[in-house]
Design a binder for this molecule. Structure first.
Ligand code: GLC
Length: 679
């Protein structure tokens, strides 16, 4: 059951698609005899929701967030942030997903979840200040709270399905978006792209997409193509597509301020940019230098900006990634000038312990400064509102602009779209990638842990920069990361300018990479089928083991293994110089070992702890004892997937395979379920 509570006059975020009547929130509720919820809409016009956790309670949710699947023991702030160093101490990442679920393992029926539909900053103190206190705070008391309680005896999955029905069907990517993508910030021109394509081809490594980072544009201007570097994008698109490889360009949030640049001129003429209080257009420094931010909260602006994607689809482009849309601000004019004034003031000072460090942090604090988010406004259907009150909706609405436009630009064919920043609701228009991670072993694990949390919030099309974005990767790290990413819907190798090149062919024994990527392609019928079923039925593709084995308390703390779809369990290796790991099997399962482009072995294992060896050139995964999965023949791109020659793997009896043409915008009509049998 879902209860909707209204406090004050909330901003309509459009996160939720179901219309429900609002109720008055009971100020104090006794739950489960012992724990209590205290809600204060206090006189300071802030909002606090408090709950006493039992030692054994688990707190799930928060989508794209740091740390564990169980969020207890830290403080998280929903505030979309461009921060490329995801260390444990960070409180905010790029997305704001205000959904939490409180699970009582001993009394599962009393499990409940909450969604705080508030687009500004929300603080989730989950046992950080006081071990057993969960405190959610907002400096405002205009919001909706949705409370979800289970309708049946599978509370975890049931609550998620109810929530997902509330927020609407997840984005559906085209099937080619399940192929491998190669990306790097630093490919300078068409020849660099051709080299990537040819080297993958020579190495025999399957590939479906190559990403175009900011260098394809003229001076980082959205919807422009630098014809010096890319003489004919259209021809390049055609050339690569013959081999099933698509190009995926980036679009940034800020529009360069430059006379005669049509997007800038149109935006200026129609007043489509975010404004300061005095009515002038707010200026933010990003890649191109000074830019204006399109006011994506305004439907007219969305339809204008969205229509521009056609400039690139007319060149044959079938997918995009939206970036810098928290929005990232390197500096504002106001911030710069205040900083320089302060720097000047201390120029002749004898800087001491205090003033030196203050001065040093001045330059750093010019970027993504919260003061800047208070300096501009949005013209919304609900009035003119300061950005900081709606901050978390910006990236969502940039991607919504594209998603809404795609309905006209490409009514019959799904386009690839994923964003860096997001809020719940955006999951209907695109996926997300996990932002600027690092080539660190712990980021393989963080990648794994975010998957189920994101799925709870509707973000199914997701994955991390495989190999790590920042820092230098190593061959072993990349191989281990590939062994995880071959299971994630978005599977893209991406890295930052200046870091070690990390395309698979840069490393010795490229065949090891080839083999792992080949397994991905063999698995696509299964992955696509499980993705589509999860999207169409409002379920999770990746689940913590507890969701499937709630009576087995041994799995409650397992955060480095996941259920993938209804048949598979994954347990990747995420530490260096290890050739194996312990894996807990919650039931009897078949262990599959993949190596050198083929199944090396299959072995039935019994429930319990098992030490699993897995060399760098291998992938190991597990199929439930009573299940089977389909495997396609190896192919070099998704266009060549042969569904007529599916092989069966596993010891169970049958599998429900979802299939369609791979691009239909109406899967409920065009999709079908085929029952595969183990004969
Ligand atoms: C941001 C993105 C990254 C991209 C870079 C250059 O850091 O997160 O993926 O490569 O900008 O566009």
């Amino acid at each position: 059951m879902i209860q909707k509570y209204q406090f004050g006059a909330p901003f309509e975020t459009d996160a939720v698609v179901k219309k429900l009547q609002s109720n008055k929130y009971p100020t104090q509720t006794i739950v489960n005899g012992t724990t209590k919820i205290i809600l204060t809409e206090d006189k300071s016009h802030s909002f606090t929701w408090t709950y006493t956790l039992k030692d054994t309670d688990i707190v799930y949710g928060l989508g794209e967030a740091n740390r564990g699947i169980n969020k207890r023991g830290w403080i998280y702030k929903s505030w979309c942030t461009d921060d490329p160093v995801h260390t444990e101490n960070k409180e905010s990442l790029y997305g704001a997903h205000n959904f939490i679920m409180i699970y009582h393992p001993e009394t599962p029926d009393s499990t409940f979840a909450l969604f705080f539909d508030y687009p500004g900053k929300v603080t989730f103190d989950i046992g950080y200040t006081k071990t057993n206190e969960l405190k959610i705070q907002i400096e405002d008391n205009n919001l909706y709270v949705y409370e979800i309680t289970p309708d049946n005896s599978s509370p975890l999955t049931n609550i998620i399905t109810q929530f997902r029905a509330l927020i609407g069907q997840s984005y559906l990517p085209p099937r080619w978006a399940f192929g491998m993508g190669q990306s790097r910030w630093g490919y300078k021109n068409a020849n660099d792209i051709r080299t990537v394509y040819q080297k993958y081809k020579q190495a025999g490594i399957p590939l479906d997409s190559i990403y175009l980072d900011i260098d394809y544009m003229v001076n980082y201007k959205d919807f422009t193509i630098d014809t010096q570097k890319f003489p004919s994008l259209k021809d390049l698109v055609l050339e690569l597509k013959k081999d099933g490889v698509r190009l995926v360009p980036i679009i940034d949030a800020g529009v360069k301020i430059e006379e005669n640049y049509d997007i800038y001129e149109e935006g200026k003429t129609h007043d489509f940019f975010c404004k300061r209080k005095d009515g002038t257009n707010f200026v933010a420094g990003v890649w191109p230098g000074k830019t204006h931010f399109p006011d994506f909260l305004n439907p007219e602006v969305r339809s204008w900006f969205g229509s521009k994607y056609k400039i690139l689809t007319d060149e044959g482009i079938e997918g995009f990634w939206n970036d810098m849309n928290e929005p990232a601000i390197f500096y504002s004019e106001e911030g710069l000038s205040e900083t320089f004034t302060k720097l000047k003031e201390c120029e002749k000072e004898n800087l001491d312990i205090k003033s030196f460090f203050q001065t040093r942090s001045l330059m750093h604090s010019i970027s993504n400064n919260e003061k800047d988010y208070k300096r501009f406004y949005h013209k919304t259907t609900q009035g003119i509102i300061c950005h900081d009150k709606l901050h978390n909706l910006f990236g969502y609405n940039m991607t919504r602009a594209a998603g809404e436009a795609f309905k006209t630009i490409s009514p019959d064919k799904r386009l690839l779209m994923f964003s860096r920043s997001s809020y719940i609701g955006m999951h209907r228009y695109g996926g997300i990638w996990m932002g600027d991670n690092q080539s660190w072993w712990q980021h393989i694990l963080l990648n794994l842990k975010m998957l189920p949390s994101l799925n709870m919030c509707g973000f199914l099309y997701t994955g991390a920069d495989t190999g790590g974005f920042g820092g230098n990767t190593t061959r072993d790290l990349l191989l281990r990361w590939y062994a995880l990413s071959i299971f994630t819907p978005l599977f893209r190798n991406h890295s930052a300018l200046g870091t070690r090149e990390q395309e698979c062919y840069q490393f010795e024994q490229t065949n090891d990479f080839k083999s792992i990527v080949q397994l991905r392609y063999r698995l696509i019928p299964y992955l696509y089928s499980e993705y589509m079923k999860a999207a169409l039925n409002n379920t999770m593709m990746f689940r913590p083991l507890t969701f499937d084995y709630p009576k087995d308390f041994r799995v409650l703390e397992i955060e480095d293994q996941l259920m993938l779809g209804n048949e598979i369990m994954i347990a990747p290796i995420y530490t260096q110089n290890t050739r194996g790991r312990y894996v807990y099997l919650p039931e009897n399962m078949t262990k599959i070992v993949w190596q050198d482009g083929e199944i090396l072995s299959t072995k039935s294992l019994t429930k319990g702890d098992n030490y699993i060896e897995c060399d760098l050139n291998q992938v190991v995964f597990f199929i439930k004892g009573n299940a089977i999965i389909p495997l396609a023949p190896i192919c070099n791109c998704t266009d060549k997937l042969d569904y007529s020659k599916l092989e069966i793997l596993g010891e169970g009896a049958s599998y429900e395979l979802y299939t369609d043409n791979g691009f239909t915008t109406n899967p409920k009509k065009d999709g079908m379920i085929r029952i595969l049998k183990n004969t």
